[in-house]
Ligand binder design. Structure first.
Ligand code: NOJ
Length: 596
């Protein structure tokens, strides 16, 4: 592996030029401004904002076309410039990549495509020196079928690993152990010739589910946690964590809703709290943050996990806000509904108020790009900035997914063979088979996770500045006008707006801790909410309309003096008129003469 920029940079001491920094006058100052190197201070995690890195497409530092830790190291000053406080790494461990890292074959190492443990440590230390925390992805519902545990487990029923996975005999007449379908690849059971039994895989065939009922497996998990925490990481994002306890007896699921028919029995199972408490005890020893991914979890269940001092998770990645244009999965597309989105936002805000804390997000590696879904290509900049304020200023920790902050858009590849994501391929080949191929491909364009996995567009130069050679996956051809370098220079850009929003939140106790209240929930074109704390009131007004609309203020805001804290148009010509996707953040000021 060439020692490209990364080691060179270390030799020159911290803070040497990064690709992006060299293109802007604004970043260098931030890079020098190192903060407390301490990773796990007694900080209140609720103040933090997070940036998710899906490393393969983030930045290639060693010139092989694949994103890596060298690239991450180079871009840390950029993240500091953006203003995020923590990085969540999607899996960077060795993996055959059947599900791009979510199929792990070694939990205590780094995928050779991305670097080494030593390089990871350097990234970690550098992030800490810039005042950023680092979270790893803990994927423990399943491993890769190439993990040594699984290979051993296949060997028979009486070796130390035989009970590490969920093995069953078939039912009578050659029927599978139960009727569950997997989320990604046909039935949830796969026959293993060597062992002469079926194993459970709730996701792809190459992702066998671990048997968390086995105390030895739980010890392994704790050991993995300690390995990374001892190295200095600050916590974990925990993959489909609510799936780790399955209902005893693995009963048949509902015969309808093919992709999730077993879910009622493999989600929130009888021992889930017990197991999560065990893991929490480890996290607590280190003061680590735990964020659990929890697909399709009702708020009441979510509170069981997240509320109180003895909570087992600090935050949860819920899925409701990702279904404003689809039914459960993006593959079943519906027209975007602002009201559905607002309902989801407010449902979580009200339910968690005073009891738990929200993880706020609109994009990650599992969903297509949000402007392509909830925004507008025509009003790309305006809708990108509007969406930013719409979610980020709610109560909770904002999460930004790589490329979201520059408004990256979906890709439309010419055939299903160009796509790589196992879930997209499976959906294409399993559902709506009677529809013409063109229509099915259109569904993929709307739904594929691959749209979020194209290389990040850093510059307008060759290969979008992502790499010096052809990247491992398709670049979106729009990189000439959608790229970070251009947006750093443009005060009106989406990137600069994200930065301003983060800054505004960071500087305002009201935006961090204040209560949330939604106004005009029935409006089909406006999203209006207020944050309030100790008498301070901040109003966020977002128009989702393509045409100008009249500004509607809540009754007790009318006629009151207010200051515009943030807006996504350079100037307001008419106070009462909102232009397409216009967004304003106001603070109410005390009326002259008032003593309040
Ligand atoms: C959720 C992850 O976010 C997704 O990318 C992955 O495919 C599944 N869990 C299975 O690990």
């Amino acid at each position: 592996m060439s020692e490209f920029a990364f080691d060179e940079e270390i030799r020159q001491e911290e803070g040497a030029a990064s690709a992006i920094r060299s293109e802007t006058a604004e970043t260098p100052a931030v890079a020098e401004e190192a903060e407390s190197g301490s990773s796990r201070s007694a900080d209140d995690f609720r103040r933090l904002s997070f940036y998710q890195i899906w490393i393969r497409s983030f930045a290639d530092g060693n010139g092989d076309g694949i994103g890596d830790l060298y690239g991450v190291y180079d871009k840390l000053p950029y993240l500091k410039y953006l203003g995020v406080d923590a990085i969540w790494f999607s899996p960077i461990y060795p993996s055959p990549n059947a599900d791009y890292g979510y199929d792990i074959s070694d939990y205590k190492n780094i995928h050779p495509d991305y670097g080494t443990l030593d390089q990871f440590k350097r990234v970690l230390d550098k992030a800490h020196s810039l005042g950023m925390k680092v979270l790893m992805d803990l994927v423990i519902n399943h491993t890769s079928d190439e993990h040594p545990w699984f290979k051993e487990s296949c060997k028979g029923r009486d070796n130390p690993y035989s009970d590490y996975y969920i093995w069953r005999d078939g039912r009578k007449k050659g029927r599978l152990p139960n009727n569950w379908n997997s989320q990604f690849e046909g039935k949830a059971w796969e026959w293993n010739e060597e062992r002469g039994q079926y194993y459970l895989h709730v996701f792809a065939k190459k992702q066998p589910d671990l048997n968390m009922d086995n105390p030895r497996v739980r010890e392994e998990v704790k050991d993995i946690m300690r390995f990374w925490l001892d190295m200095g990481v600050d916590g974990f994002r925990e993959d489909v964590i609510t799936f780790i306890s399955k209902r005893e007896g693995l009963p048949n699921g509902l015969p309808f809703l093919p992709a999730i028919n077993g879910m009622p029995h493999y989600k929130d199972g009888p021992h889930i709290m017990e197991y999560l408490e065990e893991f929490r005890a480890v996290a607590r020893e280190y003061g680590a943050i735990q964020i659990g991914e929890a697909p399709y979890t009702p708020t009441k269940t979510a509170l069981r996990y997240m509320s109180g001092e003895d909570r087992v998770l600090d935050m949860m990645i819920q899925f409701d806000t990702m279904t404003a244009d689809c039914f459960m999965t993006e593959y079943v597309h519906l027209p975007f509904s602002l009201r559905r989105l607002k309902r989801a936002f407010s449902k979580w805000q009200y339910a968690l108020e005073g009891k738990a804390w929200n993880a706020l997000y609109l994009e990650n590696h599992d969903h297509p790009r949000v402007i392509s879904r909830y925004g507008s290509r025509l009003f790309w900049r305006e809708s990108g900035t509007c969406l930013c304020a719409a979610y980020m200023l709610q109560q909770g920790c904002p999460f930004i997914y790589q490329g979201q902050e520059i408004g990256m858009l979906n890709i439309h590849l010419p055939s299903i063979d160009h796509y790589l994501d196992v879930a997209s391929k499976n959906a294409y080949h399993s559902f709506h088979l009677k529809e013409p191929a063109k229509k099915r491909l259109r569904r993929i364009h709307l739904s594929s996770r691959d749209s979020a996995r194209t290389p990040v567009q850093w510059t307008a130069g060759r290969y979008a500045g992502f790499s010096k050679v052809r990247p491992w996956f398709y670049l979106n051809h729009n990189y000439k006008h959608i790229n970070a370098a251009a947006q750093i220079k443009d005060p009106a850009s989406i990137l600069r707006f994200y930065r301003r929003c983060l800054e505004l939140r960071k500087g305002s106790e009201t935006l961090i801790y204040g209560t949330y209240r939604e106004y005009f929930p029935k409006s089909r074109s406006h999203y209006v909410y207020e944050r309030a704390l100790n008498g301070e009131r901040i109003l966020v007004v977002c128009s989702f309309s393509h045409i100008p609309t009249l500004l509607r203020l809540p009754k007790d805001w009318i006629g009151k003096p207010k200051t515009l804290l943030l807006g996504n148009y350079a100037k307001i010509h008419d106070e009462d008129l909102l232009r397409p996707y216009e967004t304003r953040v106001y603070r109410m000021e005390a009326a002259a003469g008032s003593t309040d």
